[in-house]
Design a binder for this molecule. Sequence first.
Ligand code: HEC
Length: 157
Amino acid sequence: MYRIITVLAVVFFMFACSSGSDSEGGSDKADKYKVETKSTDDGKGVGEVTSVSLNSPLDAEMVENGKAIYELKCAACHKLDDQRVVGPGWKGLTEIRKPEWIMNMITNVDIMLAEDAQAQELLKQCLVRMPNQNITIEQSRDILEFMFANDGQEVGS
Ligand code: HEC
């Protein structure tokens, strides 16, 4: 009996999740966060990274490092084109998100999902929480460099 109740609860949860966005109650907390973040949202996300200086052309070694981390820890869920697998494809990411936001998303994903409006919007679409991958700030900077290369920016020699 207990089992059945658990199953029902899970099914209900899934349903509640996919029926999604603005339908009925239960999301008081999420709404509150939204209002709070909107008024102060600078698009840089929440976390240690508050400013990033970019390279032009890109640093080839950083791109390589970023690529290696991508293949090891990210490729299972993220493609390099614009197709979603588990998470969104990375093509064009550097054009729609600020560098600081990207690095905070990579290094501070739990807080981002709790507090950042854009991250919450993604979670609504993907229905899966990105796990914390224990990436350092430095590694996330290399990944960012790789993302710029993936978006067609020139890589230095
Ligand atoms: C288990 C699957 C999974 C893995 C592994 C994963 N991610 Fe994600 N990622 C997601 C999901 C799902 C989202 C969308 C947000 C959410 O639902 O939590 C996401 C979102 C993102 C975003 C924001 C994308 C956008 O469109 O703005 C970035 C950046 C990102 N991930 C980077 C990484 C990096 C870097 C790694 C590897 C170190 C990684 N992810 C590993 C599942 C994953």
